[in-house]
Design a protein around this ligand. Structure first.
Ligand code: MN3
Length: 202
């Protein structure tokens, strides 16, 4: 695979007190690294697929042979979703969206606060392991969820922002209080990165 394992663009303790260093360390160096290893193991015998970037692999997942589809969905999604999640956070958040993202969010969801409320509810009520997403679907901003490590790329959607709601993402600090973790996460959303993703897509 053409992707490398990403180093975080900030230190493990940089998102304190919202996301603690121990969680970040285990999440990145154990969970994400585990997906990355499994992905490379899966692709070892498939050099033609391995020569492609992970986002392209996930976009074409439904055309892959059944033999490796589930494995790529889990390990490939696990790698791509986490890479996207890390760069979607930053220690010094702007606090709210800027530029074209801000305008599109207001147009689609009436206000940033309304968007926050809808996204938070989607993240808090998702049953079991998975992700909450803001995606572009046919040029329309949509809030959605995926199970396990499924990627919206496999549904022809373009990810703009994601939030990990697996228990491993918050349990050390927040235990069963997922809504508290979600509230805290808004403080570390990297809105500059979100704006970059959005303007590169539209
Ligand atoms: Mn995770």
């Amino acid at each position: 695979m053409t992707d490398n394992f990403p180093t975080l663009p900030y230190k493990y303790d940089a998102l304190e007190p919202y996301i603690d260093a121990e969680t970040m360390k285990i999440h990145h160096a154990k969970h994400h690294a585990g997906y990355f290893k499994k992905l490379n193991d899966t692709l070892k015998d498939y050099p033609d697929i391995a020569s492609k970037p992970i986002n392209e692999i996930l976009s074409n997942l439904n055309n892959m042979s059944e033999k490796i589809q589930d494995s790529l969905r889990n390990s490939g999604g696990g790698h791509a979703n986490h890479t996207f999640f890390w760069s979607g956070m930053a220690p010094k958040s702007a606090g709210e969206p800027t530029g074209k993202t801000a305008a599109a969010i207001t147009k689609t969801f009436a206000s940033f606060n309304k968007f926050k409320e809808l996204f938070s509810t989607a993240a808090a009520t998702h049953f079991g392991s998975g992700w909450a997403w803001l995606v572009l679907d046919h040029s329309q901003l949509v809030i959605t969820n995926t199970n396990n490590q499924d990627s919206p790329l496999s549904q022809r959607q373009t990810p703009i922002l994601n939030l990990d709601v697996w228990e491993h993402a918050y349990y050390l600090k927040y235990q069963n209080r997922r809504p508290e973790y979600i509230n805290a996460w808004w403080n570390v959303v990297n809105w500059n990165e979100v704006e970059k993703r959005f303007t590169e897509t539209i």
